[in-house]
Design a protein around this ligand. Sequence first.
Ligand SMILES: NC(=O)c1ccc[n+]([C@@H]2O[C@H](COP(=O)([O-])OP(=O)(O)OC[C@H]3O[C@@H](n4cnc5c(N)ncnc54)[C@H](OP(=O)(O)O)[C@@H]3O)[C@@H](O)[C@H]2O)c1
Length: 388
Amino acid sequence: MKRVAVLGATGSVGAGTLEVIRRHPARFRAAVLTANRSWEALDALALDRDPDFVVLGTPPPDDFAPRWGGEWRFGADALAEAAGLSGIDIVLNAIVGFAGLDATLAALGAGKRLALANKESLVAGGDLVMRALRRGGGELLPVDSEHSAVHQCLAGRAVSEVARVTLTASGGPFREWPADRLATVTPADALRHPTWSMGAKITIDSATLANKALEVIEAQTLFDLPYERIEVVVHPTSIVHSLVEFRDGSSLAQLGRPSMEIPILWALGYPDRLDDQRQEAGFDPVRDGPLEFEPVREDDFPLFRAGVAAGRAGGEFPVAFNAANEIAVEMFLSGDVGFRELADVVLRTLERFSSRAIESVEDARRVDARARTIARGPYGESKSGDAE
Ligand SMILES: NC(=O)c1ccc[n+]([C@@H]2O[C@H](COP(=O)([O-])OP(=O)(O)OC[C@H]3O[C@@H](n4cnc5c(N)ncnc54)[C@H](OP(=O)(O)O)[C@@H]3O)[C@@H](O)[C@H]2O)c1
């Protein structure tokens, strides 16, 4: 029986994880559940699962009156501590954003298996995360469906045998929109993803294709692949989750209906393939074909190109890209900037950074905070006064 800490239990990946755990009661138990502010949703999950304890990333609010009588812990430190606890076998990190980095480092530092959905950890903390993995002696299993696909296709083969990895992208809701219509996109339009049901931030990232840039950086870090050997192709139905082409010219792909429960199950159960076949999950070549592919419209979705360039440039750039993008998404969702301006927020922020190496978590935190301030614009800069 593996004891699992589900970080970000109240979110979309958190819900998928709890569903997978429910179907495998002899193998997994949700021992710790966490959220940031949604204490009522966390309370309901705790009543259902009866974990050892729960953690809320923020202090208890004034109206805090849980029905579940078990132990509640509070604060970001308690959250990271939970990821490193000795009684935990697997940490599934489904926190959204840079806020997930501490838990990623804590889990790997303590030698756990980390099932990682929080791609922002790898983008902003790349070298730090991989160093923690080597030092802690744990395991890092990707939960992002594309990276899970690559992991499954690689099946332990050396990266030197790989000619290239092709990550697939759905293309988002605006794949077929002409460029001039993109200026009219509203948050409601962008939150309507054609193939995946996900949290708000990643849904917007999928619409701008920033998500795919984050995933290119994630793939480079996870698999230690040069950027030249990572490609992206649009695949509108999200059936092929990614492909690996080997040096002998043979390509392997991983296919399945778009459901996060498949990569979650792989990350929790690896190296076993657990019996979890549900009627709708399998790939049916007749029903699910034809499989179509098209190039990324890089000129119309500039955050894709900017993100990959930030990853290639390294140092502060990927941290700043991630932070500025998080702020740009917040500003778009609150109506402060339009869809086309999301890229402007990120690009003008990146101009203020360099490829100076990130040596420590403190470095990453400093660059992240500074990029957020710059991204918010004149108001944000004057508010904190630490923009330079
Ligand atoms: N959704 C997908 O299908 C999918 C696929 C691949 C990768 N991912 C990645 O998985 C991660 C989670 O995505 P999601 O779609 O599940 O997000 P989501 O639905 O928005 O859920 C996010 C979770 O993180 C918690 N959280 C938010 N801010 C936090 C903070 N500052 N400190 C601690 N916890 C915090 C939330 O708690 P509250 O409820 O209290 O806010 C919630 O439990 C992201 O990195 C995303 O890129 C998601």
